[in-house]
Design a binder for this molecule. Structure first.
Ligand SMILES: Nc1nc2c(ncn2[C@@H]2O[C@H](COP(=O)(O)OP(=O)(O)OP(=O)(O)O)[C@@H](O)[C@H]2O)c(=O)[nH]1
Ligand SMILES: [Mg+2]
Length: 330
């Protein structure tokens, strides 16, 4: 069936408008970083793109979590573009900034595609504690099921019983089976057994949860490496996606986490959550600048509908506080 049925072109209308409204809102930020970045453009009008102005802009970018490398990269790009363009309106300023940000994000906007083979397609979900792994599995299970795929969940977070129950709730809610063992079981064994069960039942996609772990704990990283090794006994190409789930509200720390997980197990996809909960979207620009791993999904809330495919243009527009282009390609 669905060689390109996964997630690429199914964004719900209005998702990025909701993202724009929610970006950076929450926690302690009275005024969101996103609107700061958008609002900061007003002063560009009628001014020459001189060094002082670009320095101010760089400060705004840093405040929006873009990080130093990406902020400098953006300023370089703006200099180049502005050399033969004048900034006459906020819209001009926004367009130049948006293009520059978009150029950095675009190479990372590669949706997750579930090919016809192999089966089951194993997606291993990893990340630090509380980043949103289990919730993302629930959202993704719903999404894939709605696309007609047979989905199964593996309760590979055996660290605490509540984690297994949490996954079971998502399973019931979406009417997808959950393979679990008791708390304390070896996660590699759980995922191995689930893989066998999925194969026997003709499952298309197996979503494997794992316990949250800090990226600097070597023995916890080795545990993940073991999960990968054991899964490869059943299918040498598994896992077919190693997705890290990152909490946007952690700012540059989220980037550091991604770099360390990538070094330890090799990531193939990223989901950025909590862009509604204090996450300043600039962190995605920092990530795109520093890590050549596709950004698959972004999360803007706790419900199943609060996740969508990452779109560079729409995201850049939302970051700058504009509604973005009409979703003509959907
Ligand atoms: N606001 C908001 N909350 C989210 C989002 N994604 C997840 N959450 C919430 O974040 C909390 C942690 O989510 P989990 O899915 O349990 O995170 P986890 O990574 O599985 O956590 P551990 O299993 O403890 O490592 C829950 O309360 C979720 O509802 C999001 O995009 N926005
Ligand atoms: Mg969890």
């Amino acid at each position: 069936m669905p060689s390109d049925s996964t997630s690429g072109t199914t964004s719900r209308p209005g998702f990025f408008a909701r993202l724009k409204d929610r970006l950076g809102v929450g926690k302690d930020s009275a005024k969101s970083a996103a609107s700061k970045l958008g609002g900061a453009l007003d002063w560009l009008v009628g001014r020459k793109l001189d060094d002082a102005m670009l320095e101010e802009l760089e400060t705004s970018l840093l405040a929006a979590d873009v990080g130093l490398d990406a902020a400098e990269d953006i300023i370089r790009r703006i200099r180049k573009k502005a050399a033969n363009r004048s900034v006459a309106s906020v819209e001009d300023a926004r367009a130049i900034l948006r293009e520059s940000i978009c150029e950095i994000l675009e190479p990372r906007a590669r949706p997750l595609v579930i090919p016809d083979t192999p089966r089951p397609f194993l997606i291993l979900m990893v990340g630090v504690n509380g980043s949103g792994k289990t919730t993302t599995i629930g959202k993704l299970a719903r999404r894939l099921r709605d696309q007609g795929l047979k989905v199964m969940l593996a309760a590979g977070d055996t660290y605490r019983a509540a984690a297994i129950e949490q996954l079971q709730v998502w399973g019931e809610r979406n009417d997808v089976p959950v393979i679990a063992q008791q708390a304390g079981a070896d996660p590699a064994a759980v995922i191995y057994d689930a893989f066998e069960a999925a194969r026997a039942r003709g499952i298309d996609v197996l979503l494997a949860d794992t316990a949250g772990r800090l990226q600097n704990k070597a023995h916890l990283m080795q545990e993940l490496q073991k999960v990968v090794r054991i899964a490869r006994r059943l299918d040498p190409t598994a896992p077919h996606e190693v997705m890290i789930v990152l909490d946007a509200s952690l700012g540059q720390n989220a980037v550091a986490q991604a770099l360390q997980f990538h070094a330890a197990i090799g990531l193939t996809g990223i989901t950025m959550t909590k862009l509604d909960a204090g996450g300043k979207g600039g962190v995605l620009v920092a990530l795109a600048e520093q890590l050549d791993v596709p950004v698959r999904f972004i999360g803007i809330g706790e419900q199943a509908a609060d996740m969508d495919v990452f779109d560079a243009g729409e995201f850049a527009a939302a970051l700058l506080g504009s509604a973005g282009q009409p979703p003509e390609r959907r």
